[in-house]
Design a protein around this ligand. Structure first.
Ligand code: UD1
Ligand code: UDP
Length: 375
């Protein structure tokens, strides 16, 4: 039996690793060891509940207002005894968070092979996204099996000198997760959401949290949302607000009593997917939502200057609008007013996969683990 550890820290890691943990459980030759760092507390717990997963270890590292330094130090201290004691055959990490990077670094220190899910995403801008661009590069350096979502991501890794026989294009497991919940209908638990008549109200779904936008760009984004809510009678901006106080404070200050804007707490994954399915368009700076939206046939306006996910932009499903108030409002108004502009952003095929990524990853681990050198 191969022991496959999965290190999970934040909401997007939990969503994208859940289908892989389920696929490992189903395989007779391997078993999962779920190590929850709980860099995010409530948001990770919500996701694990949705997928009926229980962590084998819960490192419980989240503290309110935690700094990058504190998270990094706590991860090193708490991951070492678990990884050293369990000595898994491979450690899987996902994406670009501090848990991802430290999961890979601590495994490397212990000479345990590392598999990186969603490998090879790059903007080549050191501070955008911050600190994710560098987390990704450092994780790649410690990785043995690179699970790239697309050919673009594979090409980036090869350009950096990663061995060709160690990179596998498998899609993104977020699509597996999405298909797991999208087919079923769940009621909104939030009363305000449950009372929306989606036939009469055009809902603009919003999320925002990126560190590189904090301060002026973030205020500019919030001003745009305020104008969008106020400008159209039949439009409601629905914004599940990330619990990070650096995000929550300016959101509440600028949008707390804004007309046509509904602020809610983070939604569990089923409810959030329901919101995405019911909305008319999405305005976000999230990574994962750029990947999910094409499957749900919803246009995305991306409030970032650059993206490490160029595939959806090239396909036409995501438009990069930056953080300038006027540009965001103009792009949104165009989509709300022009059926033609809207339809142009609905794509047939999702560039991030077909929902079979987890099975492919399990298969590759079984076939390729023996080829990894350990010393
Ligand atoms: C983290 C990741 C980021 C990822 C994002 C996804 C790092 C450095 N950042 O950013 O890459 O895109 O998650 O959401 O790894 N909090 C709660 N409850 C929760 C989660 C967070 O209260 O369930 C609050 C806490 O006050 C916590 C703060 O949010 O201290 C910040 O959490 P942290 O994980 O450090 O950063 P994020 O901005 O969430
Ligand atoms: N999401 C969720 N509830 C919410 C907002 C987002 O379940 O209230 C999901 C969303 O569908 C996507 C993921 O969380 O799969 C994105 O997480 P986040 O924006 O925190 O991180 P990023 O993708 O930017 O790394």
């Amino acid at each position: 039996m191969l022991k496959v550890a999965l290190v999970v820290g934040t909401r997007p890691e939990a969503i994208k690793m859940a289908p892989i943990a389920i696929a490992i459980k189903k395989n007779r030759k391997m078993k999962p060891l779920l190590i929850l760092t709980a860099q995010h507390r409530s948001m990770c717990d919500d996701v694990l509940d949705v997928f009926s997963l229980k962590p084998d270890y819960d490192l419980d590292i989240m503290k309110p207002r935690q700094s990058l330094f504190e998270v990094t130090a706590r991860l090193a201290r708490k991951l070492e005894p678990v990884l050293a004691g369990e000595r898994p055959d491979i450690v899987l990490v996902q994406g670009d968070t501090t848990s991802t990077f430290m999961g890979s670094l601590c495994s490397y220190y212990l000479r345990i092979p590392v598999g990186h899910v969603e490998a090879g995403l790059r903007t080549y801008r050191k501070y955008s996204p911050f600190p994710e661009e560098i987390n990704r590069k450092l994780t790649s350096a410690a990785t043995d099996l690179h699970f790239a979502p697309t050919r673009v991501a594979k090409a980036a890794l090869l350009k950096e000198g990663v061995r060709r026989d160690r990179v596998f294009v498998v899609g993104n497991p977020v699509i597996d997760a999405l298909l797991h919940v999208a087919g079923k209908d769940y009621p909104f638990r939030n009363k305000d959401l449950a009372s929306i008549d989606f036939n009469r109200t055009r809902v603009v779904a919003v999320t925002a949290h990126r560190r590189e936008s904090w301060g002026r760009p973030f205020v500019s984004m919030m001003q745009a949302l305020k104008q969008i809510g106020a400008r159209h009678e039949d439009v409601l901006v629905v914004f599940p607000v990330h619990p990070n106080p650096n995000v929550r404070k300016p959101v509440e200050r600028i949008l707390g009593s804004a007309r046509g804007v509904l602020l809610v707490d983070p939604l569990d994954y089923r409810e959030f997917v329901k919101l995405l399915k019911s909305c008319c368009l999405i305005i976000t700076d999230s990574g994962g939502i750029q990947e999910e939206a094409p499957s749900l046939k919803k246009p995305v306006l991306l409030m970032r200057e650059v993206t490490e996910r160029p595939e959806a932009v090239e396909a036409g499903a995501v438009k990069l609008v930056g953080t300038d108030t006027g540009k965001i409002v103009d792009a949104c108004t165009k989509l709300l007013d022009s059926r033609q502009a809207y339809n142009k952003m609905i794509v047939r095929k999702n560039p991030y996969g077909d929902g079979k990524t987890s099975e492919k990853i399990v298969d590759i681990i079984l076939k390729r683990l023996d080829s990894i050198e350990r010393a």
